[in-house]
Design a binder for this molecule. Structure first.
Ligand code: GDP
Length: 231
């Protein structure tokens, strides 16, 4: 019998998500809150926490999903986010701080970087973090929402500190990815459409072992070193 490209029903779908946005907006904190249900005590003096990546399993729309969620680990401070960081991503979480207008105004720059590195079908969500700092808010919800609609992006406000909106942000982005099979089942889509033909940017980025997101960002960092699990 010829080998089948169809994954077994219980094989999880690999999904790669990236966190981007200005330094100190709370990217690492959102990741820790979501994956480890952890909140590190605030110390504004020690700005960026820096996490490499986490693996998180969840079930969405009846499908098992194995998420690998990547944090810039502070690369953005040096304006050196490498193209390899973006390779194979199916979802992008763009974070700003609702109490820091500059971080919101930086979003168009992050979007133009995305235009360069990822296919337009990649799912995007804008997350206005630090919702708990309502008293010093500098960006209204309406502004965030309007900008997101303009950029064809999902939108949500959240707080890594109180955990409000955090699960929802990840859930929404994965749900939309599941609604876009070309992002995670490119072989099936190709077959059903043209019987071959052009592969999109995301498809081309899918690695040999079918793990989109098998990227070589600092290849020296092993999963154990970075706190990810080899599950
Ligand atoms: P990153 O540079 O974007 O990864 O940001 P970090 O996760 O390292 O967070 C930067 C600072 O913001 C740290 O002092 C965090 O404790 C703080 N922080 C992160 N998320 C929140 C939040 O939701 N609310 C508040 N009040 N502070 C936050």
């Amino acid at each position: 019998m010829p080998p089948s490209n169809k994954p077994a029903a219980n094989t999880p779908i690999n999904v790669k998500l990236l966190l981007i946005g200005n330094s100190s907006v709370g990217k690492s904190s959102l990741l820790l809150r979501f994956s480890d249900e952890q909140w590190l005590p605030e110390d504004e003096s020690s700005a960026t926490i820096g996490v490499d990546f986490r693996v998180h399993k969840m079930e969405v729309k009846g499908k098992k999903v194995k998420l690998s969620i990547w944090d810039t680990a502070g690369q953005e401070r040096f304006r050196t986010i490498t193209s390899s960081y973006y390779r194979g991503a199916q979802g992008i979480i763009l974070v700003y701080d609702v109490a820091n207008r500059e971080s919101f105004e930086a979003l168009p720059r992050w979007f133009s970087e995305l235009e360069t590195y990822v296919s337009s079908s990649v799912v995007k969500i804008i997350v206005g973090n630090k919702l708990d700092k309502e008293f010093s808010r500098q960006v209204t919800s309406a502004e965030g929402q309007q900008f997101a609609s303009r950029m064809n992006s999902l939108f949500l406000e959240a707080s890594a500190k109180t955990s409000v909106g955090v699960k929802e942000a990840f859930q929404e982005v994965v749900e939309k990815i599941m609604d876009t099979p070309e992002l995670w089942a490119p072989l099936a889509v190709e077959k059903s459409s043209s019987g071959g033909g052009k592969r999109n940017a995301t498809t081309a980025a899918t690695s040999r072992d079918g793990m989109p997101g098998n990227i070589d960002l600092n290849a020296s960092r092993s999963e154990e070193e970075s706190g990810g699990c080899a599950c």
